[in-house]
Design a protein around this ligand. Structure first.
Ligand SMILES: Cc1cc2nc3c(=O)[nH]c(=O)nc-3n(C[C@H](O)[C@H](O)[C@H](O)COP(=O)(O)O)c2cc1C
Length: 271
């Protein structure tokens, strides 16, 4: 487990205000680690109003983002960027693009989770190089297969034209091949977008959990003007913003009601 020695130890298993931060280190046994994780999950809430008088350590965001980059992601392509909006003027502007939501207006920092499909070539090359180094000139089947993945299959799936025609062709191929054997069906341009947003969303969850471990709160937001936000952040049109996460210290009144979830039995299905 990661050693976050910057934080002191306060584990609050309540679903309410957590005044402290949570320290994790290797001295925790399995049960304690499970308790810490459980407490993070229970105490994370979407906070719509932050305490603007509380101290906010922007370095905590940096630490949380460093952990965020460790999130699982499709084919390790890491087609994501995390745009921190810290300065007052940009933060206020971005809050207005978040439709003036309190969760954005009262935040100390906003972080945009962005996917960058246009970087696929450099990331495929990076992975291929990494494999070449790892296998160090080996010519066996495993190393060939690993290289082929990044040199042939990834380009085949990630290469898209503006109108998604390549993707339609891939879909047709997948359909025909899939008649006789198991086949990945999600190969269209739209499927690739979903794929990138899946990875980015997992990163977002890591970030929110890490922020909770730092004693801070977050709110994921998809209610924002993506066109204006891209301009503000200097992003190209082909970038997409998965969500914007606001950060701060919760006010009790910033949690809009008790948490409610449907019954586990309705969503956890055993086969
Ligand atoms: C992808 C996504 C988008 C969301 N967008 C917003 C938003 O724009 N504004 C907001 O106040 N909450 C937003 N939420 C927060 C949800 O409303 C919240 O997670 C849900 O009500 C459950 O509450 P909890 O997070 O406190 O457990 C979003 C959550 C997710 C995962």
């Amino acid at each position: 487990m990661t050693d976050c020695t910057h934080a002191d130890t306060t584990i609050n298993t309540q679903n309410t205000l957590n005044p402290g931060v949570i320290k994790m280190n290797n001295s925790l046994n399995q049960n304690q680690q499970a308790d810490v994780f459980s407490s993070l999950m229970h105490s994370r809430r979407s906070v719509r109003k932050y305490d603007q008088t509380a101290n906010f350590d922007h370095d905590a965001v940096a630490r949380a983002l460093a952990l965020t980059t460790l999130s699982p992601n499709s084919s390790n392509m890491q087609l994501w960027e995390f745009h921190r909006v810290i300065s007052d003027d940009k933060r206020i502007t971005l809050a207005s693009y978040c439709m003036g939501q309190n969760a954005a207006k009262t935040a100390n920092e906003l972080v945009a989770f962005v996917v960058t499909p246009y970087k696929w070539k450099e990331r495929a090359a990076m992975n291929a190089n990494q494999i070449r180094e790892a296998f160090d000139g080996r010519e066996d089947e495993t190393s060939k297969r690993a290289l082929k993945y990044y040199e042939k299959l990834i380009p085949f799936v990630y290469n898209n034209d503006r109108f998604g025609l390549f993707g339609l062709a891939r879909k047709a191929i997948s359909y025909f091949l899939g008649r006789n054997k198991p086949m990945v069906r999600e190969v269209s341009k739209a499927d690739l977008r979903v794929c990138l947003h899946k990875s980015s969303s997992l990163a977002a969850m890591t970030f929110m959990t890490a922020m909770r471990a730092e004693g801070y709160d977050t709110c994921p937001m998809e209610g924002f003007d993506s066109t204006r936000t891209k301009q503000l952040l200097g992003l190209p049109n082909t970038a997409e913003i998965t969500m914007i996460i606001s950060c701060g210290k919760r006010l009790e009144e910033g949690i809009y009601g008790d948490r409610h979830r449907v019954d586990n039995q309705d969503v956890i299905i055993n086969h």
